[in-house]
Design a protein. Structure first.
Length: 293
């Protein structure tokens, strides 16, 4: 019983202390890519620990042996002994059901989320056709006739960047170029898949606060990551100004938009950028994430 208890305790500690530490840390905003890695490693370590705890309950521990025949014999004897009593059989069945349920629930939510998002994006592209005004220069962005200042991208096989006529009118050339670079960063980085994982875990276990925190944090960090990519070739002030003008716009379901609720924090970050995370801090973050997994 030592292994399942240890694994369950590890999951509880990580689910409790991990989000608390990450929420109070400033380094994820300084390095959004590593912040996303940390939140995903934390979330997946919780799931893996619970699954392994279930497996440890279902499968008895057997000392390893170089003799295959002796190992198989020991395995058979251990299984027979564990299932010989009602208590042992109940624990084994409970562990097996727990492991299978967790894996099945996460897999179902992930697949269902991906399928639903793909369907929503297809419907949105079809609906946008009627309002399509053309393409914005050489950037190949779809320009739709709408009074709201908005810009967003639709990831997937038929990926597209969408801007409204109001956004084209409200943004100057530098600001529009920065917004388009931001959206291209979402598409090339496949940020929709990062969000799909956090969405699936939050949807599978909505009462687990760690998954809710990871879901919210990932949504903000992917926007900061896209801002950083856009800032490599565009003026940070132009990006910040565009965010202010896009702040009230929300992206449709299954889309990634430049505006939204995180705009204010991102504007402050762009105007007064913090010192980037050093190589030592980055290496330590990767090592901790690897250890969690």
């Amino acid at each position: 019983m030592t292994a399942p208890i240890t694994l369950a305790a590890f999951a509880v500690v990580v689910a409790t202390l991990g989000p608390w530490l990450l929420r109070r840390s400033t380094w994820p905003n300084r390095s959004p890519r590593l912040g996303i890695l940390a939140w995903h490693a934390l979330s997946l370590s919780i799931v893996v620990s619970v699954v392994l705890a279930g497996v440890a309950l279902a499968v008895p521990q057997v000392p390893l042996s170089a003799d295959l025949a002796a190992l198989l014999s020991a395995c058979a004897a251990a299984v027979q002994a564990q299932y010989a009593t009602p208590g042992g059989a109940a624990l084994s069945v409970t562990g097996g059901v727990l492991a299978v349920t967790v894996v099945a629930r996460v897999a179902y939510c992930l697949v269902a989320g991906l399928v639903t998002s793909r369907w929503q994006r297809r419907r949105q592209l079809q609906a946008l056709t009627s309002a399509l005004r053309g393409h914005q220069g050489s950037c190949d962005a779809l320009v739709v006739d709408h009074s709201t200042v908005a810009a967003y991208c639709l990831p997937g096989h038929r990926k597209a960047i969408v801007v409204t006529t109001a956004a084209v009118a409200a943004l100057d050339d530098d600001q529009l170029a920065a917004v388009l670079a931001h959206e291209r960063a979402h598409l090339s980085g496949r940020h929709d898949l990062l969000l799909a994982v956090s969405d699936a875990l939050h949807g599978a276990f909505p009462r687990v606060r760690a998954f809710r925190d990871a879901h919210l944090a990932t949504a903000g960090l992917v926007e900061m990551l896209a801002d950083d990519v856009a800032a490599r070739r565009n003026d940070r002030l132009a990006i910040a100004t565009a965010l202010v003008r896009l702040a009230e716009a929300s992206a449709p379901a299954a889309a990634l938009g430049a505006g939204g609720s995180t705009s204010l924090a991102r504007v402050r970050r762009l105007i007064a950028p913090a010192r980037p995370l050093g190589s030592a801090g980055a290496a330590l973050t990767v090592l901790v994430a690897a250890a969690l997994l």
